[in-house]
Design a protein around this ligand. Structure first.
Ligand code: SF4
Ligand code: SF4
Length: 102
């Protein structure tokens, strides 16, 4: 094998949430996403479809499951999932309001 040949065409970077030096990264944020499962496509149709929030989340804290869930211990509250959701099913709320509804 020459130096220019690829060893494995399927190698990719994978992001996994983990505790950092400053603790769980979700502690830093002020805003948290809340999913309205009645609007969310996988939950409302009971089909493994959409999952754009899972695809776009830069912190890999969204599950590709029915229902979709978000690990708030590591969510940074960036709001990308809410921006990308085609069903308008994700609302960004202040962390205080979110904690009260859990
Ligand atoms: S992007 Fe919106 S509709 Fe699609 S799975 Fe996520 S929350 Fe549900
Ligand atoms: S707010 Fe940002 S970090 Fe949190 S689940 Fe949505 S995309 Fe991921």
């Amino acid at each position: 094998m020459t130096a220019m040949e690829k060893k494995d065409p399927f190698i990719a970077g994978i992001c996994i949430p983990a505790v950092g030096e400053a603790g769980k990264t979700g502690d830093w944020s002020d805003l948290k996403p809340v999913i309205d499962q009645a609007k969310c496509i996988p939950a409302s149709k009971n089909k493994p479809a959409c999952f754009l929030c899972w695809l776009y989340c830069p912190d890999a804290v969204v599950t590709m499951t029915i229902p979709v869930t978000i690990d708030l211990d590591y969510c940074k509250g960036c709001g990308i999932c809410a921006e990308e959701c085609p069903a308008n099913a994700i609302k960004m709320v202040r962390k205080v309001e979110c904690d009260e509804s859990l």
